[in-house]
Ligand binder design. Structure first.
Ligand SMILES: [Zn+2]
Length: 299
């Protein structure tokens, strides 16, 4: 219907633009992104320019065309709404693809721009570390990942495994464990505990791993922590007690499986894995990097 309207010759500019905008939305709703793009491009530099830009930004994000998304976001009016977080993430998406394809210089360029847009971008620091690690510079990687602490320590859980792998490659496991212990002390998190538990188990054995989890559970009583404690207890308990512990662990684990999710702050969507962009609402950095249950029972 809107197509017919657009094709008529007797419309004023305003009426034609309005019909075009409706047509673009029809295409967008139908998932016909190419056709929607063509329509909204026609509306650029008209009185519906801002409306067109916002829809183009949506389209290019759906298509993962990050270069075009950057161009549109930079053209958007900046009063009131800031697009730094979004644009920074678009550069991070480019960097991530560049690292995967060993285009290291391009990746560095994108990371630099991501940090220019958002100095506090944890994701950019993580990618900078990934880039150094991919180039075989583990010390450089460690320096980049450690910056996360000053940017936003809640995200340290996301770099714990990376840090430990780099320390292991450098033959400095003990230093890595010291660092993780101090992080855990200051910024309690189940994923940090998880990472440290595995290394403690490997390096110091089941008893040390058990004590680590027990102390942490006292400090921070959560069901997920209890689940971990039972896992550790199974490793250290005398054979005669193992069946009982197994039983309790099964019960607790059945429950924690349901609550151990990441939850989007913007729309409430829950997921087992961490996302930089919510798959449900499309928001960027709307997932706190902590499982939901950690919030619910922590003192
Ligand atoms: Zn969401």
């Amino acid at each position: 219907m809107h197509q017919n309207l657009v094709d008529r010759n007797d419309l004023s500019d305003d009426q034609r633009q309005h019909a075009l905008s409706e047509l673009g939305l029809d295409f967008l709703k139908a998932g016909l992104l190419d056709r929607a793009e063509a329509v909204f491009l026609k509306l650029r530099d008209t009185r519906l320019n801002d409306f067109a830009l916002k829809n183009l930004l949506d389209i290019y994000q759906q298509e993962k065309d990050w270069r075009k998304a950057i161009e549109i976001a930079e053209a958007l009016p900046h009063e009131g709404v800031l697009w730094e977080k979004e644009v920074s993430n678009f550069h991070c998406e480019l960097a991530s693809a560049d690292i995967a394809n060993s285009r290291f210089d391009d990746a560095l360029g994108s990371i630099t721009r991501a940090l220019e847009m958002n100095r506090k971008s944890v994701r950019a620091s993580m990618l900078l570390g990934d880039l150094h690690a991919a180039r075989g510079d583990d010390q450089g990687a460690l320096d980049a990942w450690k910056r996360v602490e000053s940017q936003n320590p809640v995200y340290l859980a996301l770099v714990a495994e990376r840090l430990m792998d780099a320390y292991r490659r450098l033959g400095q496991l003990e230093q890595g464990m010291q660092l993780l212990r101090s992080y855990l002390e200051q910024y309690a998190s189940l994923d940090l505990l998880d990472a440290l538990f595995q290394w403690e188990l490997q390096k110091e054995g089941p008893q040390a791993a058990y004590l680590l989890v027990r102390d942490e559970l006292r400090r921070n009583p959560t069901l997920l922590g209890l689940d971990k404690l039972l896992e550790a207890a199974l490793l250290t308990a005398p054979v005669a007690q193992r069946n009982d512990i197994e039983l309790v662990k099964g019960l607790v684990h059945g429950h924690t499986r349901r609550v151990a999710r990441y939850r989007c702050d913007a729309c409430g969507f829950k997921a087992r894995q961490f996302y930089w962009r919510c798959p449900a609402c499309g928001g960027w950095e709307t997932y706190p990097p902590r499982r939901t249950e950690e919030f619910d029972l922590s003192p």
